[in-house]
Design a protein around this ligand. Sequence first.
Ligand code: SF4
Length: 190
Amino acid sequence: MKRVFSRILNKNENKIDFKKLIEINKKNLFKTKRNSDFVESLMEFGALICRAKKPKCSICSISNICKYFKADKKFKQTKALKTKVKNYDVFCYIDKIKNKIALTKQNNLGFLKNFYLPLIKESYYNEKKKNWRFHSNFKNLISNKKLNINLYYKFSLKIPIHHQWFSLKRNNEFIPSFTKKIFKQISKIK
Ligand code: SF4
């Protein structure tokens, strides 16, 4: 997300006070109640169009307001520090009969706050996951954070507070791509 803003402003990320920038533009940036959709779409935009290497400016719908695109002298991004891979456990409650999964917006992970996700916890070496079945391990990149995910599940009709059921097949709600990835994995359980 920071990369997209730094491109639009044609300024190095280190020279932008993002807190101030968002505070000043709060009214314009967050016009609707679908703030998490907006943040997710910005992340997708950064991953698909305003990519780290070779941004697709020729098909970008906001090139008319982008200073990087218009500038003769384009800023040079300082090399990103190597991101450390963090280990997380993802716990999925599944209603197998109705083909549903329980999601929550209460995960206490800054960059994933306010998104519908299964329960996510930072994982600690040797910690026992009693009553949970291990499903798979996969890597995921979210907002330049590298996550090493261990996916666990259990069949249960009881779910913790602040969780709600979502269909694994059809969804009218906005679901971030990270959650969809988990849907795909979980749907394979026989
Ligand atoms: S015009 Fe290019 S650099 Fe600017 S926001 Fe679009 S893709 Fe990014």
